[in-house]
Design a protein around this ligand. Sequence first.
Ligand SMILES: NC(=O)c1ccc[n+]([C@@H]2O[C@H](COP(=O)([O-])OP(=O)(O)OC[C@H]3O[C@@H](n4cnc5c(N)ncnc54)[C@H](O)[C@@H]3O)[C@@H](O)[C@H]2O)c1
Length: 366
Amino acid sequence: MSKTVGVPKEIKDHEYRVALLPSAAYHLIQRGHKVLVQNGAGIGAGYPDADYAHAGATLVPNATDVFGSADLVVKVKEPQASEIPLLRKGQILFTYLHLAASKPLTESLLASGAACIAYETIEVNRRLPLLEPMSEIAGRMSVLVGGYYLAKHNKGSGVLLGGVPGVLPGRVVVLGGGVSGINAARMATGLGADVTILEVDVERMRFLDITLHTAHTLYSSEDHLMEQLPQVDLLIGAVLVPGAKAPKLISREMLRRMRPGSVFVDIAIDQGGCAVTSKPTTHHDPIYVEEGVIHYCVANMPGAYARTATQALTNVTHRFVELLADFTLDEAIQRQPALKSGINILGGRVTHRAVAEAHGFAFNPL
Ligand SMILES: NC(=O)c1ccc[n+]([C@@H]2O[C@H](COP(=O)([O-])OP(=O)(O)OC[C@H]3O[C@@H](n4cnc5c(N)ncnc54)[C@H](O)[C@@H]3O)[C@@H](O)[C@H]2O)c1
């Protein structure tokens, strides 16, 4: 079966990622499909139009051309207001959706008649493989930005995380040792910082202890955190309780125990943040100071490194894209049952339990 796969240019504010690499477009075309790419779709991630043209894709000037002809639309972020009317019945939309966070978007997508498959709910062996690369990037990045804001001219305390011969390294505490936490710890130990990870999952702590030779693990409790904070230079929030808001583990009193100019990077801000003082910021205005502690709470951290993020995302999405292009949705699910968990909306009905529960819609299991 030959399909038309459409790749629009992302239009969400400061979104530079693209959903398909030129090499993936080439492979789809080799499989007999047509690939439509909107002009400039890959430019923000360093993939010029010429690369797509060279791969055999057809470049089109605007989003209407892509949505109008595509059987399968592959995107990065949820459709924006101007894109929603372009979706149509029978079309497949494959992208990050985060529908539980938005009732209006869920309602518009229900009305569109399109089959909406969310990257973030595709579950394989109790993991979310299409979400993990973004946590990996945010985790690694948290140490880069944390170290940057510790510099004196950035309002920081003036501590160099790695120290130097004769001077002890900076101290990093990571709250939560999951995907983003272990990546933060890996970067921080690599810099030579003194790293402690607070976790509640004992099995996970065993794994962290064996894998990250120089990082310490500590059971996560209020008392332990209170003890740590006076010596912490960089505190990283990387907790997640699946399906719930981030637990507020850090109070104002706790922040007051930290030295002025210390830095708190709250990766968990997209789930509400893990300090009472956390509020979302943007790449253009990333920090603010509360209780003398610099807060960095950017909700879409991977957007800063659009090229790496594009490559990491497409590494995990391209096989699903091929499957959705090669087969009907039913056949694709038979070949890869994990796809089923990604289908949030089908035939004007909500087919994902968490999305239905979040907005009080009827849940229609597939
Ligand atoms: N800001 C961004 O740009 C960005 C990017 C990617 C991910 N995230 C977010 O980062 C957060 C973490 O994601 P993840 O993929 O690392 O999650 P994860 O599930 O892999 O890890 C979370 C860890 O937190 C631990 N935990 C739960 N409660 C705890 C507590 N009270 N104390 C200590 N540890 C606790 C869990 O045991 C788990 O190991 C999520 O909210 C995710 O959405 C944000």
